[in-house]
Ligand binder design. Structure first.
Ligand code: CMC
Length: 440
């Protein structure tokens, strides 16, 4: 693997920000990024003023500096290491993008060959791990299995888990990227009571995954190249997304020095929520619940009624206030996959297109800049491929593992890294006298 560019401290710009607290004026350095909003470094605020900042949900807080991914939410731009996401999705394969995210540069042919070979050498999992799967009820949600299975990998590699050794961090990165699809396909096979299918290292990353999902020991299974290409694109589109909830979780877990397998387990747990990676599954459930195009206006009415608590799943994003560029690619991929499978009349797709049309012209959504996000179309593609909805978020986790690992490595290689320890505004009880049980 090529050497990762050493993390450097951000250099202060000539500007400073001044805060008046009571009769004291305090100046803070401003740092400019290459693109995007500049930041005010308030790390000395508490020392100088005795105040904390207060920003639930990190609405205005940059938690780190990073060279990996850039998003301009207003313009609908997503770039990995400077390259536009649509160019990468069109022209690269997933492992090429994984190399880019980890190393900062696209590989040449030789580096690509050697990277692909190294990753594929790690696709198998320890046989003992099969017993971990067998301990779960068959009806378990595969994300529950994935949280445990990913973290449990640390039990198998404790001889090479020194996070302070670059070679061992790299090895953990290869292992995680290679083994996640194997674990994901096993979670699926287990849920349907079928034998596990071992990885095939002569296949591409996406082909191998589809093969492990759908092959059986009794019949030859030929992976459809259109579906493999679509899967590859989906993986690329989900590979990283800067400091989202699960990535921040991975960084936070890793900041204490926890091993990378445990950190990825934490990331998977965070991804599971319906406001994050669980939304693709929620989109399909929502479309099934709506049931028919004619019921969409009623459904939109409910979404707009704040009392209903119903959201239009697959719409809206904390950062994108424009069309999510990943959704643009997936909308087209969705049409290609459905055409290939002869499912272009799929009712759920028709409903999705109509829902999108109505929402994009409705004042409620326009005013709030709510556009389709990556999850709006991915679920329809997966469903057409025969992947059950419980597996959707698992696929997100397979892809995002690359981003998690790249971000974790970047953090570990950054000399500024400290344990993540936010503070709070205490709003509980003031000091009070203890009352013994018998007197309460
Ligand atoms: N349907 C209806 N109203 C919405 C939606 C939605 N999907 N999303 C946001 N709003 C409304 C929200 O009620 C609020 O209205 P008001 O200003 O009147 O109070 C306004 O838009 C701003 O929303 P917010 O909740 O303050 O925005 P946020 O940045 O905190 O939340 C979000 C972002 C993604 C959690 C939210 O848009 C949402 O829940 N969307 C549906 C779930 C979804 O599709 N999640 C996948 C995100 S993309 C994949 C990923 O990166 O994980």
């Amino acid at each position: 693997m090529a050497a990762v560019e050493k993390m450097q401290s951000p250099s202060p710009s000539k500007r400073t920000a001044t805060l008046s607290v009571g009769d004291k004026n305090v100046s803070f350095p401003i740092y400019d990024g290459v693109e995007g909003p500049s930041v005010i470094d308030i790390s000395k605020l508490y020392g100088e003023t005795g105040f904390f900042t207060y920003d639930p949900g990190f609405m205005s807080t940059a938690s780190c500096d990073s060279k990996i991914t850039f998003i301009d939410g207003d313009k609908g731009i997503l770039r990995y290491r400077g390259y536009d996401i649509d160019a990468l999705a069109e022209k690269c394969d997933f492992l090429e993008v994984a190399y880019l995210l980890l190393n900062g540069e696209l590989p040449n042919k030789k580096d690509k060959q050697s990277f692909d070979r190294t990753v594929t050498l790690h696709t198998m999992i320890h046989e003992q791990l099969h017993f971990l799967f067998r301990g779960f009820p068959r009806a378990s949600h595969p994300m529950a299995i994935m949280v445990g299975a990913a973290a449990s990998l640390s039990a198998f590699y404790h001889d090479s888990l020194d996070i302070n050794v670059a070679g061992e961090r790299e090895l953990a990165a290869y292992r995680l990227i290679a083994k996640m699809p194997t674990l994901a396909a096993m979670a699926y096979k287990y849920s349907v009571g079928m034998p596990f299918i071992y990885p095939q290292n002569d296949m591409s990353f996406a082909e191998n995954f589809l093969h492990m999902m759908f092959a059986t020991p009794c019949e030859k299974y030929k992976v459809n190249p259109v579906l493999a290409k679509a899967m590859d694109k989906i993986l690329i589109l989900h590979a990283d997304h800067e400091q989202n909830a699960s990535t921040s979780t991975v960084r936070m877990a890793g900041s204490s020095g926890a091993n990378p397998f445990a950190c990825i387990g934490a990331g998977i747990a965070s991804l599971w929520g319906p406001a994050h990676g669980g939304a693709n599954e929620a989109v399909i459930n929502m479309l099934k619940e709506i049931g028919d195009v004619s019921k969409i206006p009623d459904f939109i009415k409910k979404v707009k009624d704040k009392q209903s608590g119903i959201k239009l799943m697959g719409f809206g994003h904390r950062v994108y206030k424009n069309y999510d560029p990943r959704a643009t690619v997936l909308r087209k991929t969705c049409q290609e996959v459905l055409a290939e499978l002869g499912k272009i009349d799929e009712p759920l797709l028709k409903m999705a297109v109509e829902l999108e049309r109505i929402a994009l012209s409705d004042e409620y959504f326009v005013e709030r800049k709510l556009y389709p996000n990556v999850d709006f179309y991915s679920g329809i593609i997966y469903r057409a491929m025969g992947i059950p909805s419980k597996m959707f978020t698992v696929l997100f986790a397979v892809a995002r593992t690359v981003g998690w690992v790249a971000q974790w490595k970047e953090m570990m290689e950054d000399p500024k890294t400290k344990i993540g320890r936010p503070r709070q505004l205490f709003t509980g009880s003031a000091p009070r006298a203890f009352v013994p049980l018998e007197k309460r």
